[in-house]
Write a protein that binds this ligand. Sequence first.
Ligand code: CA
Length: 249
Amino acid sequence: MEIENNNLKKRYILVVEDEDDIVRLISFHLEKEGYLVESAGSGREALENVSRKTPDLIILDIMLPEMDGLEVCRRLRGNSQTASIPILILSARKEEFDKVLGLELGADDYMAKPFSVRELVARVRAMLRRLEQRVDYDLPAKDNASAAEKIIRSGDIILYPERHQVTVGGEESSLTHKEFVLLEVLMENAGKVLTRDVLLDKVWGYEVEVDTRTVDVHVRYLRQKIEENPSIPRYIETVRGVGYRFVKT
Ligand code: CA
């Protein structure tokens, strides 16, 4: 049926927020953009909702009844079914702590309240665009890689730019979008030292709210996923006072 097909194509966004006014505001603007929007008013409700129907993206407030947004984020990232859903964290708390912790727990983006709805919509659109690029190449099996497919290999790590996949020792590693792009930039420039500013520009681009500490947080998270021993990294070297270098092998 026509209508159902149209609905299937719509990207589904879950808004996790207990303040009705904010839910209404966000929903109104996202629906206007053509997205399908549902909301959950607590952390538990959010997890239940996600287990019923996987969203394409989650907007997650930190201050929630029952279970806070950081815990929701941690649980989603800890489950392979939900580990790669893009998450944008919202927080009313000004503390830098929330932002760093949120990103450390695997959120892809962060906005502090009060926020501009226009900017929120722009970020959602950008996050979904990256997801689309990934889904288009989400082939069913690794064997389907055509001979011409570009890969970037280093030691045990193989990065498939088109499929947005990374394998470490043959095992698929589930990276968030930002981690993936960060690794891609580092591997493409293997042997070169990249400053935090350069990495910020290449990976985060227009997102003006992030600062250079964000790079460190993501590098730490990435190391946990790709390094055998994250405290003695074999692949991503810290170049003191400068930035990071992917070791050329
Ligand atoms: Ca709240």
